[in-house]
Design a protein around this ligand. Structure first.
Ligand code: ADP
Ligand code: MG
Length: 404
């Protein structure tokens, strides 16, 4: 297997270097927050359902120092964002809201400042660097929000708990980035533990750690290299369709509906709404069953649910894309693979595959072949780099095949 991912150390060094170069001193505060991979439970969080994500050793780092006065200066090391990469703004002194604007990436920071639970936030200067791929379905956005929140906590402690922190970060994404996301990404970024998945009940916000410590099993993350944009209309449209379905069913949310309820009401909703609701109702069931399987080490059974989940996201929820489908099909052709599915909001991003450790190299090669082929055929952006292995601690590890 290939070289380790640039873990926290590498990104931290990058952030420190850029900070020294930009501000001519060393940062006083250094924090980080992880990205995540969702094992199962897609598009269920905003339906009050269950999700089963796991924090990754891919992180967003924020380093910085307080700045006297009301000025904020932020710089991102990421080349992959809208220019400019250095942004300055003033914190309103009269309590008026901090408006979103251009460039888009700075809105994630402004949103967190706006929703920070212990205002007024002092002025600061900071550098952001991340090993989470942007727009790759591994939640660079939540890791940025949570890292910024943690940074602010170091400047001025707040009184909230972990859930309040996650909710504030979710609010930031709603109001300032325009993405009406559920709570999964922020909650796992705040609460995720090494070598554990987290079963989250998105209604009660209860999070139950599920140990993953089987050295013979691997979670493989593969980047399709197709960038999604969740700020488009598709994500809000899905959310709206789910609310419509719940309203036809006379339920607060799809969490409260059964498949029987849905079948009874089928004639009272259009076909698309029916399909969206069917995905959500069954996906919530799959997630709860899946967490039990994972706890017991029933990987075959869990893998089957992953495949069902992918098929449902492709056919009923319609958030997959050709590249993700191809990667999943390729993975499923390899001996020793239990299951594979797209992960994250969809329309691009990554797949996640559960497989036996001895099958990892074969699976990577098989998917790389496919990626090379599709790179040739759709002249994407060129080269495929070495696969990168990522140790998420403990004995079970995740591997990313990063083709960015
Ligand atoms: P995902 O969360 O799956 O990576 P999103 O579309 O939700 O994808 O969030 C990606 C956006 O978050 C980026 O386009 C950018 O605006 C912002 N972002 C994330 N990480 C950084 C970073 N390190 N620097 C600047 N902006 C970032
Ligand atoms: Mg995101």
């Amino acid at each position: 297997m290939a070289s380790p991912v640039p873990a926290v150390g590498g990104v931290l060094e990058e952030a420190r270097r850029l900070y020294r170069q930009t501000f001519g001193s060393c940062p006083q505060v250094e924090v980080c927050a992880p990205g995540r991979v969702n094992l199962i439970g897609e598009h269920t969080d905003y339906n009050d359902g269950f999700v089963l994500p796991m924090a990754l050793a891919l992180v967003t780092v924020v380093v910085g120092s307080p700045d006297p006065g009301r000025a904020v200066t932020i710089v991102t090391a990421n080349q992959d964002v809208e220019e400019p990469r250095r942004v300055e703004f003033n914190l309103p002194s009269d309590g008026s809201p901090l408006s979103p604007g251009k460039p888009g990436w700075a809105n994630y920071v402004k949103g967190v400042v706006q929703h920070y639970r212990a205002p007024p936030v002092p002025g600061f200067k900071a550098v952001i660097a991340s090993s989470v791929p942007l727009g790759g379905g591994l939640s660079s956005s939540a890791s940025l929000e949570v890292a910024v929140y943690t940074f602010l906590q170091q400047l001025q402690p707040d009184d909230g708990d972990a859930v309040a922190k996650a909710v504030a970060c979710q609010q930031a994404e709603h109001t300032h980035a325009g993405v009406p996301c559920g709570i999964m990404d922020q909650l796992v970024s705040v609460l995720g533990q090494e070598a554990h998945a987290l079963l989250i009940d998105c209604r009660s916000m209860e999070a139950t750690p599920i140990p993953l410590s089987d050295p013979s099993v691997v979670i493989l993350i593969t980047n399709s290299n197709v960038k999604h944009s969740l700020t488009g209309s598709e994500y809000p449209a899905r959310r709206k369709q789910c609310m419509e379905a719940a309203s036809v069913l006379g339920r607060q949310s799809l969490r409260d509906a059964t498949l029987e309820d849905l079948e009874d009401a089928r004639s009272r909703m259009d076909e698309v709404t029916y399909r969206r609701a069917r995905h959500v109702i069954l996906e919530i069931q799959r997630t709860v069953r899946g967490s039990e399987f994972l706890k017991k080490g029933f990987y075959e059974e869990f893998g089957k649910l992953m495949v069902e989940s992918h098929d449902s996201l492709r056919d009923l929820y319609e958030v997959s894309c050709g590249e993700l489908d191809q990667l999943v099909s390729a993975a499923l052709e390899v001996d020793g693979v239990f299951g594979s599915r797209m992960t994250g909001g969809g329309f691009g991003g990554c797949t996640v595959t559960l497989l036996q450790a001895h099958a990892v190299d074969k699976a990577i090669l098989h998917m790389q072949m496919l990626n090379l082929n599709s790179t040739e055929s759709n002249s994407n952006n060129g080269s495929v780099h070495d696969p990168v292995s990522l140790n998420v601690g403990g004995e079970l590890y995740a591997t990313t095949l990063d083709t960015l």
